[in-house]
Design a protein. Structure first.
Length: 203
């Protein structure tokens, strides 16, 4: 057996790093293209168009992202990181009610961004949605709600699921650019009036 059979042959490890690098670059191109296409056409945008703009075939897209939810999650993960960090910061605020109010307004902006992409992720069926992203949103809201119920004026019967569903509902109802749509943050302030049992200052 010659030395060339021992190294550098077909299927040998030296060929693997370039393949892994190509795969990583393809994934980055797909996420960048998805961010652009989702911003233009919303969460129901064509996956084939995303693959085309990334310069890859549909098969490559599905190898990296088996479903639409996987691609939405990849695009939104940075924003969810920001929301989680914002919640941790607000947990140290002096006014527990104000902290919850401010975070929910930030969450509403997230849910409405890019024609409702954040809402689309959160309303997927539990079997398809990314459980980690949903858990992080619920954990962030839960910590702030618990504190507002203990140290503020939030009603004891309000649950974190109530809050998340209400915010997502407002986002879905006010996304799309139709005329005469109510102001989303005004609607959230009306919800917060009920959560706190009294009118709140605008967030």
């Amino acid at each position: 057996m010659t030395a060339e059979h021992g190294i550098g042959g077909a299927g040998g490890s030296p060929a693997d790093p370039p393949r892994r690098m190509d795969a990583r670059l393809n994934r980055e191109r797909l996420v960048a293209a998805a961010r652009e296409v989702f911003a233009e056409a919303g969460p129901g945008a064509s996956l084939n168009e995303i693959a085309r703009r990334a310069g890859v075939g549909p098969g490559t897209l599905y190898r990296h992202f088996p479903g639409r939810t996987d691609l939405l999650t990849a695009v939104l993960r940075d924003r969810i990181d920001t929301l989680s960090g914002r919640a941790e910061q607000l947990l140290g605020a002096q006014d527990a009610d104000d902290a919850l109010q401010r975070w929910l307004h930030d969450f509403l902006d997230h849910a409405r961004a890019n024609q409702g992409m954040g809402s689309a992720l959160l309303v997927e069926t539990s079997a398809a949605a990314d459980p980690d992203c949903q858990r992080r949103i619920l954990d962030a809201a839960s910590g702030l709600l618990d504190r507002a119920q203990e140290h503020g004026t939030a009603r004891a019967d309000v649950t974190v699921d109530d809050l998340v569903h209400l915010v997502v509902g407002i986002a879905l109802a006010t996304t799309g650019g139709e005329p005469n749509v109510p102001q989303p943050h005004r609607l959230l302030d009306l919800v917060l009036d009920a959560v706190f049992g009294s009118p709140r200052d605008g967030g």
